[in-house]
Every structure is written in structure tokens, then in C-alpha cells.
Design a protein around this ligand. Structure first.
Ligand code: PEP
Ligand code: CO
Length: 452
């Protein structure tokens, strides 16, 4: 194996990378990012790794979620606040039902690059490069938009910085403090059964806090949902951007574009560029694990990314589809048993359950999503391993992209508010409903092993 450096990926085959026609402009854009301040810090990355070590030991649960793709057009304080609000609601629901701390990692502040099934898109006889996310090109179908433009990396960096700025100020202003638990319930949601259920839980939390305070214990310090804000993550897909934001210090190589980076299902070949790039980083690394993953391949992957078996370093994100998870996952869990806490498992019940409707929308049905999570928990129970976490595509907005849920959204309703730039997301109520259901599943797992 070659010696790792932040550009050693360049000598290996790479899939899903755009071809920039203007290589000088690309180099200039990379140069600007290479001297720009990091978006996150080494110490935050290290702290996330420590929090994930608790997940690896079955003492905490990972909630990872957000947009499939962030976009320049949908960037607004309102959207971000809505997302943070529902994410905190989900986290507190999981903490309350599951009786465990929740490590919160958003697909946010950098989730711009998308893998595509085809390099070109053809419409009415005209072929143009596929849209690869706002960090690469524009989604409108005309030539000027689709040419990969390296300056888009700058806009993505600055949008990520502004996003992080809001996330940090929300956390500093006490918005993520447990005393705000009622405030996260939006006006829309409050009117619904789910909102009511959430309100009842919030009341119980308030009572518990008052009780703890009355006992003379420091509620303020402990009430920030574990004392942490939201961590950030995105797919490490556009390697020129990722390399440019990687800094090497005495403590190792840190990618300062996000706290956690993951490698997608389509770029996880062991001898290719993406795995080569992430294997040298100190950041926690996720890797998507779909149904074609082989047992030996998975063991080799763990050895490559986490040779020192550091707990909290590697998250395997299972994305099998509801109809395959019970069949495929058991052998893979058996394969990782020998690695113990060097591996965290997490369930992405979204990407294996995408279907097309006859009206031409991509959607996911809530029941299929839920069934994959159930299957995933069942398989872990049988294997005696800890289910670790969930990875969701969701938004705080009231969109109509996934069918089902307690309001039983139908295929014919999807056109109403179908806003996603990529895959269909759970809307705020579907996301909270799922959190309640996963919380129930998690309850018997307190202290890592399911009891009875
Ligand atoms: C994603 O997470 O948006 C994605 C593309 O997932 P996967 O790599 O699992 O298909
Ligand atoms: Co997606």
C-alpha cells in the first residue's frame, strides 16, 4: 500500500468526479480554499470521535440527518432554523424514550456534492453533463449551467461557513438547551396529534428538570442535551474540495470541512480514490454499506480505515432496502463482530427504498422506511450487537416528498410541495413520528444489550 498523503488519492482510479474543462480555474479555486480558515476545528473533531466512542460501546445513539443535497437556492435562515428545530425534537425524543444520550450529526453545512447513475443526461435528443450538486454545476438543463464550475466550491464553502455560524449561535444562545424543549414544537405541529404527544413529553421533561433543580443539582450545565451542539457531516465526494480543506498538524490530518465525512455506496471501492483519501484522516469516517458488500471486502474495509481499532472512528451505514436487510445484514454483522468497538453500525433506511411514482416523482414510503429500521434492529438483536444509530434524509419544512406517515400522504399529493433538489425527504412530522417509533425500539437497549 502506498504512503498516505492528502493528495495520494490522485494516483488512483476515481469514479463520480466531474471533469472541469478549465483546469487553471480549478487550481486557483483549490488554492484559495487551501489557505482559507477551516470550517470546524481539530478539537471539535476529536470531541465527536470521543462521543462516538460511547456509541461504539452501546452507551449512546447516533442521529445523523438532513437534506439529501443542500442547495444555493433553498439557503435561508428560516429553513435552517426549521431543520434544527425538528432535529432537536427528534434527538430529545430519542433520548427520552431510548434513555440514552444522542450524538447529533447533521447532513448540513457542506452536503452539496451528489453521485449520479449516469455521466450525461439526455432530454429530447440533447445530451448534457448530469447535475452533480450545486458545488459542481447548476441543475437547470442548459449548457451554461451544466459545465462544472470550480468557483462553485467557493460559494459552497461560504454558505457552509454561514450555516455553521447560525448553528453555533443557536447553540450559544441556549436554543438547544433543554429548557427550550417546548419552543422546538412549531405552530403547525402543535395543532396535530403528534405535536400533542410531543407536548406531553416536553411537560414531563420540564417536571424532571424542576425536580433535579429542587434537589440542588446543576440543571443548566446538563440541560444542553449532553452539552454539545450539532456536529456537521457530508459525503466526501468532491475530492479536490476535500483535499483543499484538509490540514496536517502534529496530531495528524484533519479535514476541516466537516466533523464527520462519509463515503457513498458508489465510491467505496477499496482500491479507488475515495477510500484512499479518507483512510488517512483523523475525522470519524462513515461508509455506506449496500447489499452488494461482501464479507471479506467489509473486513478489509475496516482494517483499511480503522487499523488501530479506535472506538468512534468508523461508522458503517447500512442501506439495504426493507426487503433485503433481514437477508443480507446478518452475515455482515457476523463479519464485524471480531472488531468490537472499532465499528459502529448505523441504519440509513432511505436509500434502499426509493421508488418512482406513475406521476414521475421519486418517493419513499414511510412504512418501508420504518420496516427497514425494524429489520435492522431485529438483525442486531439476533447478532447480539448494538444498532448504533439512524441516518435520515429529512427537512424541517412541510414538504410532500415521502408517502405515508400519520397523515397518510398519498402519491397524488406529492406534487403539492415537492421541493427536494435530489432525493425525497421525510417532512417534519414524518421525521418526528419516526423518532418516536425508533425511540420505542431503542428502549430495551439501554446499556448496549437488549434485555428481555
Ligand atoms: C446519500 O446519502 O445521499 C447517497 C447518495 O447515498 P448512497 O451513497 O447510500 O446511495
Ligand atoms: Co440521498
Amino acid at each position: 500500500m502506498q504512503t498516505w498523503s492528502k493528495n495520494s488519492w490522485r494516483s488512483l482510479p476515481a469514479v463520480q468526479l466531474p471533469e472541469y474543462p478549465d483546469t487553471e480555474a480549478l487550481a486557483a479555486s483549490e488554492g484559495r480554499l487551501a489557505s482559507a480558515p477551516g470550517l470546524v476545528s481539530e478539537s471539535e473533531i476529536t470531541r465527536l470521535r470521543e462521543e462516538l466512542a460511547a456509541v461504539a460501546e452501546g452507551k449512546a445513539f447516533l442521529l445523523q440527518g438532513g437534506d439529501c443535497a443542500e442547495s444555493f437556492a433553498e439557503f435561508s435562515e428560516e429553513n435552517l432554523r426549521a431543520m434544527v428545530r425538528v432535529f432537536l425534537q427528534m434527538a430529545v425524543t430519542l433520548t427520552f424514550s431510548g434513555r440514552m444520550p444522542v450524538v447529533k450529526v447533521g447532513r448540513v453545512a457542506g452536503q452539496f456534492a451528489k453521485p449520479r447513475s449516469s455521466n450525461m443526461e439526455t432530454v429530447e435528443g440533447e445530451s448534457l453533463p448530469s447535475y452533480r450538486g450545486d458545488i459542481v454545476n447548476g441543475s437547470a438543463f442548459h449548457e451554461g449551467e451544466r459545465v462544472p464550475d470550480p468557483d462553485r466550491m467557493q460559494q459552497s464553502y461560504h454558505q457552509s461557513a454561514a450555516t455553521l455560524n447560525l448553528l453555533r449561535s443557536l447553540s450559544r444562545d441556549g436554543f438547544s438547551s433543554l429548557s427550550q424543549v417546548r419552543e422546538w414544537n412549531s405552530e403547525n405541529l402543535k395543532q396535530t396529534k403528534l405535536g400533542e404527544r410531543y407536548g406531553e413529553m416536553a411537560e414531563r421533561i420540564d417536571e424532571s428538570l424542576a425536580f433535579i433543580e429542587a434537589c440542588g443539582l446543576p440543571v443548566d450545565e446538563m440541560s444542553d442535551l449532553g452539552g454539545t451542539s450539532l456536529y456537521t457531516s457530508h459525503e466526501a465526494l468532491l475530492l479536490p474540495y476535500e483535499e483543499a480543506l484538509t490540514r496536517v498538524s502534529a496530531a495528524g490530518a484533519f479535514n476541516l470541512s466537516a466533523h464527520l465525512l462519509w463515503v457513498g455506496e458508489r465510491t467505496r471501492q477499496l482500491d479507488h480514490a475515495h477510500i484512499e483519501f479518507v483512510r488517512g484522516l483523523e475525522n470519524p469516517i462513515g461508509v455506506k454499506v449496500g447489499p452488494t458488500m461482501e464479507v471479506q471486502e467489509l473486513k478489509d474495509l475496516v482494517n483499511l480505515i480503522n487499523p488501530d481499532r479506535i472506538p468512534g472512528k468508523l461508522v458503517l451505514i447500512s442501506r439495504m432496502g426493507a426487503d433485503k436487510v433481514r437477508e443480507v445484514l446478518p452475515d455482515l454483522l457476523a463479519a464485524t463482530a471480531e472488531f468490537g468497538s472499532a465499528v459502529i453500525w448505523c441504519c440509513d433506511p432511505m436509500h434502499g427504498n426509493t421508488v418512482g411514482t406513475k406521476q414521475g416523482f421519486k418517493t419513499r414510503d414511510f412504512d418501508r422506511v420504518l420496516d427497514e429500521v425494524k429489520g435492522y434492529f431485529e438483525v442486531h438483536e439476533a447478532a447480539g450487537s448494538f444498532p448504533g444509530g439512524v441516518h435520515l434524509e429529512m427537512t424541517g419544512q412541510d414538504v410532500t416528498e415521502c408517502t405515508g406517515g400519520i397523515y397518510n400522504l398519498h402519491e397524488d399529493d406529492l406534487y403539492r410541495r415537492y421541493h427536494t433538489h435530489c432525493d425525497p425527504r421525510l417532512n417534519a412530522s414524518q421525521a418526528l413520528e419516526l423518532a418516536f417509533l425508533v425511540g420505542e425500539m431503542l428502549k430495551p437497549w439501554k446499556d448496549g444489550r437488549k434485555k428481555g
